[in-house]
Design a binder for this molecule. Structure first.
Ligand SMILES: [Zn+2]
Ligand SMILES: [Zn+2]
Length: 318
């Protein structure tokens, strides 16, 4: 099968072996996939990953576990052991023996086929298009924030960043807040958020006044965390959605002085994301910047790196 792999550099493999299903696995024919910042980090060496890239997809179950046969599915990315202390205490996403689709020890979805345990799969209702369904995984990660931090309607929440994930985060926060502020660097991206009723501010115009109850850092850079420390109020909360390799030389004293709670936030609940898209609560139509065939995957990665683009999709069936 055709697959886009990372083996020290991103390459297209025309004859990559089709995934083999073990007991309980579902073989999925991938329809569409999405390129995420994590994929771009993997190309820079993040996690030391080797194999088929990609973790955001929608596809059709065509083999393996019969329960799923012919269903249109998306999949949770953490494949877990169900035996370790984390799994047994209900924190399976933190399984100590996990593999993670296209990120850690498991081939991903930038390929014609992908295999995942049936318990990772969720059926996609007909009201959600393939292009929308690709957003379910990152949208779930956005929903994770409101699971971790209890917000009230009047809370002042500032989202730093205007990229792929930040766009989804403001769309989710808007559902439960009177006012959501996005701080970014790109006119078109800020406008996309503004159309969703979000107050969008250029970073140069943003006055960090230590007055936000919650600051979400989705910038993907250590400078975002520094700005978050200046924007959050004493005893406030910083939610970290950025995974950056190092934070060398950063002054973390404000965390202590202002008694800040720092919450790391990763994968989230698929059912909430599916329901929100099915209800039309979250509008992702403005977020798709380009779509490429899988054989043009390398060009798609280049496009995803360009700051003017938000989400780049791969149409695997094209
Ligand atoms: Zn992702
Ligand atoms: Zn486990």
């Amino acid at each position: 099968m055709l697959a886009m792999c990372f083996d020290g550099r991103a390459v297209l493999s025309p004859d990559y072996p089709k995934p083999r299903c073990t007991h309980g696995d579902v073989l999925i024919e991938v329809s569409k996939a999405g390129i995420c910042s994590t994929d771009l980090e993997i190309v820079k060496g993040y996690m030391g990953f080797r194999g088929v890239m990609g973790h955001e997809f929608v596809g059709k179950a065509v083999g393996g576990s019969r329960l799923w046969k012919n269903k249109r599915v998306v999949g949770e990315i953490n494949c877990v052991c169900r035996k370790c202390d984390m799994c047994k205490s209900g924190l399976a996403n933190h399984c100590r023996n996990r593999t993670v689709l296209g990120i850690d020890g498991r081939d991903g979805c930038f390929a014609e086929y992908v295999a995942l345990p049936g318990r990772n799969c969720h059926e996609v209702p007909d009201s959600i298009s393939d292009s929308e369904a690709v957003f379910i995984e990152p949208l779930a990660a956005a929903f994770q924030i409101i699971r971790q931090v209890k917000l009230t309607k009047s809370d002042r929440v500032v989202v730093l960043g205007d990229g792929r994930l930040a766009q989804l985060i403001v769309r989710v926060l808007r559902l439960c807040l009177r006012r959501t502020v996005m701080v970014g660097r790109h006119q078109a991206k800020l406008e996309a958020a503004e159309k969703q009723g979000v107050q969008a501010v250029f970073e140069d115009d943003f006055v960090a006044g230590k007055d936000a109850d919650v600051v979400v850092d989705a910038t993907g850079s250590p400078s975002g965390f520094e700005l978050a420390m200046r924007a959050v109020r004493p005893r406030g909360t910083i939610v970290l959605k950025s995974t950056f390799a190092t934070a060398g030389g950063m002054n973390l004293a404000p965390l202590v002085i202002d008694e800040i709670t720092v919450v790391g936030s990763r994968c989230g609940p698929f059912p909430e994301a599916i329901a929100a898209l099915a209800r039309g609560d979250v509008d992702i139509s403005a977020l798709i910047s380009a779509e490429f065939a899988l054989q043009d995957g390398l060009a798609a990665l280049d496009a995803a790196r360009r700051p003017e683009n938000i989400k780049v999709l791969l149409d695997v069936r094209r």
